[in-house]
Design a protein around this ligand. Structure first.
Ligand SMILES: Cc1cc2nc3c(=O)[nH]c(=O)nc-3n(C[C@H](O)[C@H](O)[C@H](O)COP(=O)(O)OP(=O)(O)OC[C@H]3O[C@@H](n4cnc5c(N)ncnc54)[C@H](O)[C@@H]3O)c2cc1C
Length: 409
């Protein structure tokens, strides 16, 4: 009879860990607090589940676990992940390197994992929140209290996720369980979430989507740069480029440091090329009123906002605008500074940065504080960029932890 293993948390990482441990011959039990496993997977990739990415490497991740990442991605990287899902029956669709099930349904990924858990006869207890979890030194077993009885396991894998999207079950429980075994939790903050900004002008531009370059500044120093489709909302900045800057902004705000973002609505221009662009436009359309003169440069709502901020009237003829006012306007197109006051919070974040300090975990993801205790997924202090990196971490870490827990004597 194989080792008895308990997996706490039936998300992406927990299901993968359970499958890999069961494939090694272990008798595996999963505890999941929701009434079904893998709830979060259903909301990934806008319901299509961007489960990995062909462009893979440690450079797409943040946190205290670069060495662990390297090991896990070598053991079970993109090629093995694709082969794994293909072997379960999934056709895969690639878009610019981003990987999805060909069905474009996140439920495909979840269903195939569930069927495999069934096939391997993994015991899954849903609707059960693990609270009483300990290690009995005498018996050398992990104990879970269930319906008044202590159930014993040879190894345990904590896969409770972080604190992002707590409506899917991950509300920080895993951190509390890990702390009981002496683990340090790196401060959790929302990563991959929108940025809340101070200015009142956002209401005027809410709903605009545009190509933009975003430069994050912390205490006046550049701390990150992203370009992509910015989404303006009535409270601030959303869309992938804003999401990617969220983690750095969140830690800076936690440390009470001033955070700003400089927005360029003309990301292909620098000051010089922008100057000649406007000069040429002036010679061709100088007689137009500013409202007309600016039409076609970027989204109309942005043109109007920048005009207002530069103090130029919409009805003023372009050739009558003073050179200083024109310079101000150009500067705003290239570098509109906005003050970041917060993030959209855990409720609306895709990922949680922070978590169990990876320096307290071995290469096969076993706790250095408590032998036999393993971790996988977002509970660890590793978070990836947008683009399939977080689920890849769940698959890679789940595999490493599941196999090691099953094999470890
Ligand atoms: C809206 C959204 C979209 C996303 N899109 C993508 C995407 O397209 N690509 C990508 O790579 N990543 C995406 N992510 C991130 C990705 O989904 C997560 O990083 C990944 O699912 C984390 O897996 P996990 O198993 O570590 O944690 P989770 O999926 O959070 O699973 C943890 C599980 O543990 C359970 N649990 C917690 N505490 C207990 C307890 N005490 N007892 C029992 N069970 C417990 C929870 O109920 C939960 O089911 C997205 C996230 C969100 C919220």
């Amino acid at each position: 009879m194989g080792r008895r293993i308990v997996v706490i948390g039936g998300g992406a990482a927990g299901m993968m860990a359970a499958i890999q441990a069961a494939r090694e011959g272990a008798a595996v039990t999963v505890y999941e607090k929701n009434d079904r496993v893998g709830k979060k997977i259903l909301s990934t990739g806008n319901g299509r589940c961007n489960f990995s990415n062909e462009a893979m490497g440690v450079e797409f991740y943040r946190g205290s676990g670069t060495a662990l990442l390297d090991g896990a991605l070598s053991a079970f990287g993109v090629a093995r992940t694709k082969a794994f899902f293909a072997s379960l029956g999934m056709r895969i669709r690639e878009r610019d390197g981003y990987l999805y099930p060909a069905s474009d349904q996140a439920s495909t990924v979840l269903d195939l994992l569930r069927y495999e858990l069934d096939r391997l006869r993994v015991t899954v207890h849903t609707g059960e929140t693990v609270r009483a979890f300990s290690f009995d030194k005498g018996k050398e077993k992990f104990l879970i209290r269930r319906q008044g009885k202590d159930l014993c396991y040879d190894a345990a894998i904590l896969c409770c996720g972080g604190m992002a999207a707590p409506n899917t079950g991950s509300d920080g429980d895993g951190f509390r369980l890990a702390e009981r075994f002496g683990h340090r939790i790196v401060r959790p903050v929302p990563a991959l979430a929108a940025l809340v900004c101070k200015e009142s002008f956002y209401k005027q531009v809410a709903g605009v989507r545009c190509d933009a370059a975003l430069t994050l500044r912390v205490e006046g120093q550049e701390a990150g740069k992203e370009r992509g489709e910015l989404q303006l909302t009535d409270y601030g900045l959303s869309g992938i480029p804003a999401f990617q800057l969220c983690r750095t902004a969140a830690y800076a705000l936690l440390d009470k440091k001033p955070v700003t973002v400089r927005l360029s609505f003309l990301p292909d221009f620098d000051a010089m090329s922008c100057g000649s662009f406007f000069r040429e436009r002036l010679s061709a359309h100088g007689g137009d009123e500013m409202d007309v003169f600016l039409t076609g440069i970027v989204n109309k709502k942005i043109n109007h906002l920048l005009l207002k901020l530069s103090g130029i009237r919409e009805t003023q003829r372009a050739e009558q605008v003073s050179p200083e006012a024109f310079r101000r306007l150009q500067e705003l197109y290239l570098s509109l500074e906005t003050v970041v006051t917060g993030t959209n919070g855990f409720d609306r974040a895709q990922v949680c940065a922070g978590g169990v300090d990876c320096r307290e975990v071995t290469e096969n993801l076993m706790s250095k504080k408590q032998p036999g205790l393993y971790f996988a997924g977002e509970i660890l202090d590793i978070d990836g960029l947008c683009g399939g990196y977080n689920l890849q971490w769940a698959w890679s870490s789940g595999t490493v932890a599941g196999r090691a827990a099953a094999r470890n004597p």
